[in-house]
Design a protein around this ligand. Structure first.
Ligand code: AMP
Ligand code: MG
Length: 458
């Protein structure tokens, strides 16, 4: 479809009616996204290993079966004592206690601390009966000593008075038995994984990751690794899109490039869709291309063609595909141009994957205001997503264009750390003016900018 076409066309093998997923006119990015998201829902809960769950959403309330820590224990290496016994101790006038034992972490002291006694104790070890405070080594004659522990030691000098409870972590300080520690709906990150592990959990219920089938279409395409021949290009979309799927938390399934006959393609897509939750195609569904892919997509489901007020990436197909067993699989048909394909998937595919993961509201990227160093032009009333490098000058965020902004210039995506937005109703943003900037990749901000890397270095 030429990028300036505005008409809408609906293909349906099953129905001639226009459903809600098939809008008739040019629509905004927000409207397109809302209509797409209607067709997705959160996937079912599955049990997964802890590390696998990172980025997924908890599908259960996690309730503590015991206190953490289970027993009162020492926060310092030192001596477990009865606080009353240390009353009046000072550096000038210290006192001595009898050492009755040694307790490493992981063991429980078999006995009790009586008046005048102390147990040498290592961080994390449970407080022995009778003791109610820990005097750290720094406040004893072990201060500054790097001499190995002498098991024949019978007394310790106490230099500082200890208050009851000093350096003791009480049982249940972190987590109380019966408490809901992590609620259903929590996004699982490193800290949540740590908390689950601290509860002894090695598996957890989380909403399933979506499997996203990625299909490239076009007779010009070769797979990387094949020899380049005249007239051909390598299929980059399958890989950039699959990588996006993966980075958004989905499981990509790259199907073979589609050409061939209707029969062969139909069979191939069905094979690839066997357990897919979403089908993403690039190219081949253009309004002008009455090609095999489009015929198959129309035969096997329902597909509508939208013109979205965005650039790059206006032509967009969306519909549903009938998988085996009658399962309706949402189909997102992206433009073929490599930048358009990636940008539309960033704007629509990311939200869809997040919704299936159960974190629908987490898809938006952070947006900041930044001053542009280059003129950003919007020629035709569509929202322009300029690929920019985010930098910092005089303590303020600034952006500059990555270079040529054509929708085939994939290296503009590789250089970009952000998208600067030129709104639909604005023709140009002049150098020195501010604009909204979507932060796509904090890590890549360093690529063009030592300054912003430093700014992030807290
Ligand atoms: P189309 O949407 O088929 O008109 O394609 C638009 C442009 O994107 C053409 O220059 C195609 O060669 C290119 N293109 C289509 N699919 C891919 C792909 N998978 N990888 C790289 N370029 C592609
Ligand atoms: Mg084509």
């Amino acid at each position: 479809m030429p990028e300036d076409a505005t008409e809408e066309l609906t293909y349906s093998a099953t129905s001639t009616s226009t459903r809600s997923i098939l809008p008739a006119d040019m629509i905004s990015v927000e409207e397109a996204r809302a209509r797409i998201l209607e067709q997705f829902s959160r996937l079912e809960a599955v049990e997964v290993g802890l590390l696998e769950a990172v980025g997924q959403v908890l599908a259960e309330d996690v309730v503590a079966g015991f206190n953490i820590p289970p027993l009162a224990n020492t926060a310092m290496d030192g001596y477990a004592v009865r606080a009353a016994d240390t009353a009046g101790a000072t550096y000038e006038d210290p006192l001595n206690l009898e050492v009755i034992g040694y307790l490493p972490a992981g063991e429980v002291y078999d006995g009790a601390v009586a008046p005048g006694q102390a147990v040498r104790i290592m961080t994390g070890a449970p407080i022995p009966d009778g003791a109610d405070a820990v005097v750290p080594f720094e406040e004893t004659d072990e201060y500054g000593s790097d001499v190995a522990y002498d098991p024949s030691r019978t007394s310790v000098r106490i230099d500082v008075e200890a208050k009851p409870g000093a350096n003791i972590r009480v049982a249940g300080e972190d987590v109380r038995e019966g408490e809901t520690v992590l609620p259903e709906g929590a996004v699982i990150g490193p800290a949540q994984v740590g908390v689950l592990a601290s509860l002894g959990r090695d598996r957890v219920l989380a909403y399933r990751r979506p499997v996203v089938a990625v299909l490239s279409t076009g007779d010009e395409l070769l797979r990387p690794g094949e020899p380049l021949t005249p007239g051909k290009i390598y299929d980059s979309n399958a890989f950039s899109l699959a990588a996006q799927v993966q980075s958004f938390g989905g499981i990509p399934r790259v199907l073979d490039v589609a050409r061939d006959t209707v029969e062969a393609l139909t069979a191939r897509i069905h094979e690839g869709l066997a357990d897919a939750d979403m089908l993403v195609t690039s190219a081949g569904v253009s309004r002008g291309d009455f090609d095999v892919v489009k015929t198959v997509l129309a035969n096997e489901g329902e597909v509508g063609f939208w013109t979205v007020k965005m650039k790059p990436g206006k032509p967009l197909a969306f519909g549903t595909f009938r998988g085996d067993g009658g399962k309706q699989i949402p189909h997102l048909g992206l433009p073929g141009n490599p930048v358009s394909a990636m940008l539309t998937f960033e704007l629509f595919g990311r939200a869809a994957i997040f919704k299936m993961l159960g974190k629908e509201h987490a898809w938006p990227r952070p947006v900041i205001r930044a001053v542009t160093k280059d003129r950003i032009r919007n020629t035709d009333g569509r929202r322009f997503y300029a690929r920019v490098i985010l930098d910092e000058e005089d303590g303020r965020p600034v952006v500059s264009l990555t270079g040529p902004q054509g929708s085939g210039v994939l290296t503009s995506m590789a250089l970009a750390s952000a998208f600067a937005i030129c709104p639909e109703d604005l023709e140009t943003i002049e150098p020195g003016e501010e604009c909204d900037v979507i932060l796509v990749d904090r890590e890549r901000a360093q690529y063009g900018s030592a300054a912003s890397a430093q700014a992030a270095g807290y």
